[in-house]
Write a protein that binds this ligand. Structure first.
Ligand code: UT7
Length: 330
């Protein structure tokens, strides 16, 4: 990849459901404690959709905010790439449903299933499609309703996940140096059983017994995933910085996947980036999978931590396993 950007993020938007589940709430129903959750993860609360809120009800808000920020309307969109593991329906895609809600009639639309790094996979795909002249204005969404696949009786996962949506309008770079400087993606399907949903797919369709065995909920071997996440996020960071032709000191802000503060600290340490240059907001949102990085990116911009011309390093890891990184000049 050259360091002359082809694609740029022209506007970013985020939205979360209003409902908040605090560590104190979880203490009331689970054998856990606020102290354990903060010490082991850094999370204090997470947003959870109410019974009438669908994934696309809050994703629509994030998309509209991104489009307003970029100054584009629905008819400007050439395409929609929607990264999610929790679409409102198995069929059709969340992207097609969002296309209809937006009235983006010219846009092609499809989903990407790459778990937590899904939004970064989406950015890489948008960049590639732009290079192939298959679009000039692409909406890239990362959004999850993880509460729909979380077992709130399993303390090893219930304390981690939250709901949220982020979206970016990706446009052709303007030639002033701003845009995606490098992208990197990787996968290892051999490790799939460490973080997966065992039932409810076509291999084992939903049945009453499957539901009673809770096979439709996410299962995770936390400790093993933790180690793999640190390794893959560290390697991804090195790879994208190398592809961008930069050194770590050129990174103004590291925006890592918000799964665990200890993973974030280890990734930053490996990259030689001090914690004052790292965006952390997991204390408010928990792990929102594909929404995690756009939520943090939007907040970084809003708080003035990411200004025009600054270089941000985005890196993520998740089920699959999958990992990805993107270096962007804002
Ligand atoms: O987003 C995709 C990628 N996902 C991740 O990156 C998540 C990676 N994993 C993690 O973040 C951490 O492994 C967890 C936060 C999930 C768990 O932290 P840990 O330090 O690895 O804990 P552990 O699984 O090794 O468990 C330590 C102890 C166990 O008890 P014993 O066996 O030592 O008696 C667990 O049963 O902590 C216990 N435990 C809890 N205790 C209180 C597990 N969950 C809880 C809980 N509250 N919620």
């Amino acid at each position: 990849m050259t360091t002359v950007p082809i694609a740029m993020i022209a506007g970013i938007g985020a939205a979360v459901p209003a409902g908040v589940l605090t560590n104190a709430d979880l203490e009331r129903t689970l054998d856990t404690s606020d102290e354990w959750i903060i010490e082991r993860t850094g999370i204090r609360e997470r947003h959870i959709a109410g019974p009438s809120e669908t994934l696309n009800s809050f994703t629509l808000v994030a998309a509209q905010r991104a489009m307003a920020r970029a100054g584009v309307t629905a008819s400007d969109l050439d395409g929609i790439i929607f990264a999610t593991v929790t679409p409102d329906h198995r069929l059709p895609s969340a992207a097609c449903e969002l296309q209809a809600m937006l009235g983006a009639e010219r846009a092609w639309a499809f989903d990407v299933v790459a778990a937590c790094p899904g939004w970064l996979f989406g950015l890489s795909i948008a960049d590639g499609l732009m290079r192939a002249s298959l679009g000039d204005t692409i909406l890239v969404v990362g959004a999850e309703k993880l509460s729909s696949i979380t077992d709130y009786e399993d303390r090893s996962t219930a304390v981690l996940f939250g709901d949220g949506a982020g979206a970016a309008v990706v446009k052709r770079a303007t030639g002033d140096g701003r845009g995606l400087l490098a992208t990197y993606m990787g996968s290892d399907g051999n490790l799939a059983p460490l973080l997966h949903i065992p039932g409810g797919g076509s291999a084992e369709p939903l049945t009453a017994s499957l539901l009673s065995e809770k096979k439709h909920f996410v299962k995770m071997a936390g400790r093993e995933v933790f180690k793999a996440a640190v390794l893959a996020m560290s390697r991804s960071t090195d790879a994208a910085i190398g592809r961008a032709g930069l050194t770590p000191d050129a990174i103004d802000l590291l925006i890592p996947h918000q799964a665990n503060l200890r993973i974030i600290e280890a990734t930053a340490k490996h990259a030689g980036i001090s914690m004052d240059k790292v965006m952390v907001n997991l204390e408010r949102y928990g792990n929102t999978s594909s929404a995690s990085i756009p939520l943090a990116l939007q907040q970084a911009e809003e708080e003035g931590r990411l200004k025009s011309g600054m270089v941000a390093m985005l890196v993520s890891f998740g089920a699959g396993f999958t990992w990805a990184s993107v270096v962007v000049r804002w």
